[in-house]
Design a protein around this ligand. Structure first.
Ligand code: CAP
Ligand code: MG
Length: 411
């Protein structure tokens, strides 16, 4: 007999994992029959009944579809936690975000949210430093952090790269990072870049009296990535960036568990391939929760639709997923990046709050007077925002900000 998983009277308990899906049944299927297929395929079932299925297996492991909202086409499924291997994101993904996306029973299917049982949450490390740890390292109490991405994305050699970073730091930025597609290139080798850039970071720290972060991109094949992370640590670096989706969940978890003692900055390049379609795929909310669970200290979340990237998800829900209390898992910094310039700072901070990292790539190195002036304009825009001053007024006494506003305006 094929099992029925729909049980609208079921009350989930604290050991269940709850997944919320948007479901659009295929032609010929109903919402209810699609729910049955999704629940079965993501847990213990398949397309037919099985001689190998004892009555005891479903008793222990069958999920329950306990909500079907016909207005929104969203459903909730409670899965017993024994369906999942503790500490394994790949196994979780192969279950609740695996075969089900390709089933003929569904036209569209989107994993919208996941609530994890405590025992599963505690099987992951979470961020090593989190927001409080990073604030302590940088000695920055309650303002947002400001940073840049060295631009052009790729093309500069190691010394040029380090110089751009230095100009950014002395101009007033807290953090400088590599771009997502800069790893170890023929014309810009990882090791040399890290050494040159950290050397100038030390100089910038001396000159400004401020702590500075260089976030080097370690993304690579996993063992090479670990070697690069160790190289950063052995040479006095404090942070590493990883492209979490191109590298993969396992690679991220290996890096976190390897524990090189670095702040982990998560770039989400490629996320829109899975989360941009509002009807199909996996939401950014789920990506953010999983990234925090594994242990990223900072994650790109978008700019509340103010910059160059589209933002279809709810930015506040994303921020909450990164910062809400979550057993012993520390909060991660949201990162607003993508098309930002100084004229946008007040609006982004107003929408996203002070526990935030703002990054300006083109909005720093595109300043008419160069990188240092760009960095100064960004820091001035932050100071104005914190003081509650209007950018236009602040710019009367700060010429770098004035020049930036003349080029890009106020948004
Ligand atoms: C920003 C950025 C980031 C985007 C990605 C870039 O540069 O470095 O990769 O922020 O988007 O190359 O586009 P600009 P998201 O400041 O020059 O735009 O953070 O939404 O994942
Ligand atoms: Mg980038």
């Amino acid at each position: 007999m094929i099992r029925h998983y729909t049980n609208l009277g079921y009350k989930p308990d604290r050991n269940d994992l709850i997944a919320r899906f948007y479901v659009e049944p295929a032609r010929g299927a109903t919402l209810k029959s699609a729910c049955e297929s999704i629940a079965g395929e993501s847990s213990i079932g398949t397309w037919t009944d099985l001689t190998t299925m004892s009555s005891e297996i479903p008793r222990r492991l069958a999920p329950s579809v306990f909500r079907i909202n016909k207005n929104t086409d969203e459903i909730k499924i409670a899965y017993p936690q024994d369906l999942f291997e503790a500490g394994s994101i790949p196994q979780l993904m192969s279950s609740i975000a695996g075969n089900i996306f390709g089933m003929k029973a569904v036209k569209n299917l989107r994993l919208q949210d996941v609530e994890f049982p405590g025992i599963m949450v505690n099987s992951f490390k979470g961020p090593k430093f989190g927001i409080p740890g990073i604030r302590k390292i940088l000695k920055i109490r309650n303002r947002p952090l400001v940073g840049t991405i060295v631009k052009p994305k790729v093309g500069l050699n190691e010394k040029e790269h380090a110089r751009v970073a230095y100009e950014s730091w002395v101009g007033g930025l807290d953090l400088v990072k590599d771009d997502e597609n800069l790893t170890s290139m023929r014309f810009n080798k990882f090791e040399k870049r890290v050494l040159e850039t950290l050397r100038l970071r030390d100089r910038a720290e001396k000159e400004t009296g401020e702590r500075k972060l260089y976030v080097a991109n370690v993304t690579a094949e996993t063992e090479e990535m670990l070697r690069r992370a160790e190289f950063i640590r052995d040479n006095g670096g404090r942070a590493a960036m990883i492209d979490i989706l191109s590298a993969g969940w396992s690679a991220l978890q290996t890096l976190r568990n390897h524990d090189p003692g670095l702040i982990l900055h998560a770039h989400r390049a490629g996320h829109a391939a899975v989360d941009r379609n509002p009807k199909h795929g996996i939401s950014m909310l789920v990506i953010a929760k999983v990234a925090r669970l594994i242990g990223v200290d900072q994650l790109h979340t978008g700019t509340a639709d103010i910059g160059k990237m589209s933002q279809d998800d709810d930015i506040i829900a994303l921020e909450n997923a990164l910062m809400d209390r979550w057993y012993r898992i520390k909060p991660s910094f949201p990162i607003a990046s993508g098309g930002l310039h100084p004229g946008m700072t007040p609006r982004v901070v107003e929408k996203m709050g002070k526990d935030l990292i703002l990054q300006y790539g083109g909005g720093c190195h595109g300043h008419p007077d160069g990188t240092r002036a760009g960095a100064m304009a960004i820091r001035q825009s932050l100071e104005a925002t914190i003081d509650g001053a209007l950018l236009e007024e602040y710019a009367q006494k700060h010429k770098e900000l004035r020049r930036a506003l003349d080029k890009w305006g106020i948004v």
